[in-house]
Design a binder for this molecule. Sequence first.
Ligand SMILES: [Zn+2]
Length: 135
Amino acid sequence: MDNVSQKKRSEIMRAVRSRDTGPEMLLRRSLHQKGYRYRTHVSSLPGTPDTVFPARKKVIFVHGCFWHGHEGCTRSKTPKGNSTFWKKKILENRKRDKKNCVVLKKMGWEVITVWQCQMKNRGDCTADVIAFLGR
Ligand SMILES: [Zn+2]
């Protein structure tokens, strides 16, 4: 079993998760300013996508590199100690992401995933997203 107490673990999780909410907001604000209208956290769709454009049938996922296991990314390194727990958790997330994406596409949605680090490194990466959304 693991040696991190339940309390400690939820503290860690909370800290990581709150860091992940920033980029998503940044992207949305930027799109809103450009006149795009969307719905957020649409629970009727697989994976409860962050940002949904119903008329265009397009979906944006903003993924935190850590939680969603961004391959080859420095931000996705698992914390020292109790790494089995994190690895399992992140693997589950990745599997779920992949499955959600497949189901959405089958339903006729187009899907783009924006990684947290991409936003950090290249401004808010709105250009890519706009190319995806179309005018
Ligand atoms: Zn990354």
